[in-house]
Unconditional design. Structure first.
Length: 333
């Protein structure tokens, strides 16, 4: 009988990616079915207050308070689920309430924002919040990719080796000038000439449409058979085959999810940063942690090269297996 996993989604792509990554990890050991349930407020206009109230009630939660929290959302049928997975601060009060009401184990991802770790079977975070067995600290933000998944996807599609660039844009305190985008174009052209490898560009929702057009136009003479342009319709793009076939991966440092996905492929990863950075301290620590663990190298967007960086597939795989063991212990499967 397959284990039934429910993912609560707040419709934020990064959060969903993390939840799907945890589900995919468990599916490597168990026969699981996964059902996605969007979180919908009964009174959408009051959603901020509802989340605030839910957090307050969770400080001394009871079955009655759990049912009261649940009443603010459209009916969520758990259907004898074996596990609830949720990510992001807005899902936490509801997820905790559903755990109480239905006696179902819960894996919550992301900052607890003051909520007790006792509300969750496992609280997965990138930094330690509590000296509590439920708080599982990870070196890599969970996502749906792994060295095995990426390698298999690459082989199944017979992908050619290439240099992969994952391009974001303004966000979390990162700001890029026109001169820096021009320098990126020039450096890509130089790398292609030196390496002889084709170039793949993948843009994202954060990429300014004007920058995307600039990249498409000014790099059009390079071999770019796999490139995917967000503003041309390449949304929810499956990166697995591109990650698995990449000789090296370059990713703009503004996107934590693109960085974690790149690292999870096991391929060599270089993050590219601009001169103007005003990111929060927690994000700076996040990047530094990857650097200290040798999961990435880091270079300015105006000057970078294909360094002789070894891949980290074995280390990434060990990290995933360790996380899986801890999760299974906490949810008691």
């Amino acid at each position: 009988m397959p284990k039934k996993i429910i993912i609560l989604s707040d419709n934020i792509p990064g959060h969903l990616n993390q939840s799907e990554g945890i589900a995919a990890l468990l599916k490597t050991q168990f026969d699981c079915s996964v059902r996605l349930i969007p979180v919908v407020y009964n009174l959408h206009f009051f959603r901020s207050f509802i989340t605030f109230l839910g957090r307050h009630l969770c400080k001394s939660i009871t079955p009655f308070k759990a049912r009261f929290i649940n009443s603010f959302y459209q009916n969520i049928e758990v259907n004898h689920a074996d596990l609830i997975i949720a990510a992001g601060g807005n899902t936490a009060p509801l997820a905790a309430a559903l755990r109480i009401i239905n006696s179902v184990p819960l894996i919550q991802l992301g900052s607890p924002r003051g909520l007790s770790p006792d509300l969750f079977n496992a609280l997965v975070t990138v930094e330690r919040y509590y000296d509590h067995p439920a708080n599982i600290v990870v070196d890599i933000t969970p996502n749906k990719y792994s060295p095995i998944i990426c390698s298999q996807a690459s082989h199944s599609q017979n992908m050619q080796q290439h240099l992969l660039f994952l391009i974001g844009g303004e966000g979390i305190g990162y700001s890029y000038t026109q001169n820096e985008w021009t320098a990126l174009v020039n450096n890509i052209c130089s790398l292609q000439k030196i390496s002889g490898l084709p170039i793949t560009i993948v843009t994202s929702r954060r990429t300014d449409p004007r920058i995307e057009k600039k990249l498409r136009y000014e790099l059009s003479k390079l071999p770019m058979i796999y490139s995917a342009w967000y503003h041309e319709g390449s949304i929810n793009f499956n990166l697995a085959p591109l990650l698995g076939s990449a000789h090296s991966i370059f990713v703009t440092e503004d996107s934590a999810m693109m960085i974690s996905e790149s690292i999870s492929s096991g391929r060599p990863v270089t993050t590219l940063y601009p001169s103007q950075i005003k990111s929060p301290l927690r994000y700076q620590k996040h990047i530094q942690k990857y650097l200290d663990s040798s999961f990435i190298s880091r270079e300015p967007i105006t000057s970078f090269s294909t360094k002789d960086i070894s891949d980290s597939a074995e280390k990434v795989q060990r990290h995933s297996e360790n996380l899986k063991e801890k999760l299974i212990e906490r949810i008691q499967w």
